[in-house]
Write a protein of this length. Sequence first.
Lengths: 108, 395
Amino acid sequence: MVKGLVVFLLFVSLEASVYTENCIPCHRKLPVSIDKFFYRYLLKYSSEIETKFAIKEYLKNPKREDSVLNEALLKRFGVKKRSKLTDRELDSAIDEYWEKYKVFGKLK
Amino acid sequence: MSVLKSWDINLRQSEKKTLFLFFILYLFFVLLILLFISLTYYNLQKDLMLKDKRAYMSSLAKHQIEGLKYLHANFDKLRIYPRDKRYKSAIYDSTYVKIFSLLDNENVNLNEDIYLTGNKIHFIKEPESYYLGTKYVVIEIDDDGIWKKKTYRELFIYGTLFLIISLIIGYILMLLILRPMRDAISLLDRFIKDTTHELNTPVNTILSNIEITEDTKLDPKILKRLNRIKIGAKTISNLYQDLIYLTLDEKVVSKDEKIDLKNLLKERIEYFSLFFETKKISVNLDLNEGVYLFIDRKKITKLIDNLISNAIKYNRVRGTVEIVLREGYFYIKDTGRGIEKDKINTLFERYERVDKSVGGFGIGLSIVSKISKEYNLKVKIESQFKKWTKVSVSW
């Protein structure tokens, strides 16, 4: 019984997150790394709430004018397709994205 | 005709109180204005100082933003916040959340442009882009406080000058307010002095002639008439003495001597004997032997005369006057109309008369008050309205 529970917990912890499974693979194909997107969002939206909101809105309904990519990259790769993830999955992915690249607590 | 001049102001207690309240109110408004001017001047000086610092701090902010811009572009390699010896800084996002701070004074107001907080000056600048999410860059430098010392010194000097000038103006205003009062009192004083002065010689002539005439054998009816004339003349003489005391005698140096109060009281009762007879007032004397006061004879006589005179004047016909003398005090009690409680306090004021149905100028108790103050005598008035009045003098 206990052994079964340990195996289950190990399985859960090793399970790939929404962010790892759905965001990273696509961005690997792009010449611009995923963290650069984050700092572009930050440059445009400043706060956590506004940044997260802007990313989510873009993923749900991508528009050329809302993209943080520059014109050259947009021409080359175009606007991404609408995400099929649920709101909950999007929130989870964006939260992880934020935690990974946020500036808070990282400056010395 | 000689006129006795006196420029003293005799203000009533209520008038003094009004003037005091005026002065307090005036002082309050002067201080309020001074406070308002001081605060305005202080803020003006502070704004001038901040205006002087603005350009310099703006250049520091630009320098800091350049550092942030570089850090933003290289954040994957570099995590060291840009520092400068000339200033301290902090960065905040658009929701006022602190991203990073090196400030000594964390009391930050992001809605202001430049401001003083404690001994630090903060300057807020918004970068053109939100480098590292920064919407607000706060630059902090030390306030050397030189402007503050200069402002305090100027406020002290000009504030003191303003206060002095205001107090002088206040004093002049008070004099202007007092003027009609002073004029009215001095007019009354001068009128009384002028008229009474002219009364002295004729009254003395009447009294001395009555005394000469009394020695001759007279018809009882004529003697009775003569007594009435004597009472009238004595009343005028007393009034004359009172008024002269108020205008001149109070300024004469007292000749204090040991006075036997029993003898003096008896002498004064004798002096007023005709008055008692006329009103059919009986006198009850209970005077202890050996009670002395070290006092000017004229003044204690004046005090006693005024009290006895009142006891007769305000007594009823066939009333009683009781005079008791003990060690440390004496009192004179009449069976007159009494005094209402609320009027007792105003009795010692000059020209104040409780009962206006009886003649007089209302100066008797004012004289009593002056003499008692000069010799530290305590005068206490007790009364039961329409029954009796008792005036005690203790020492």
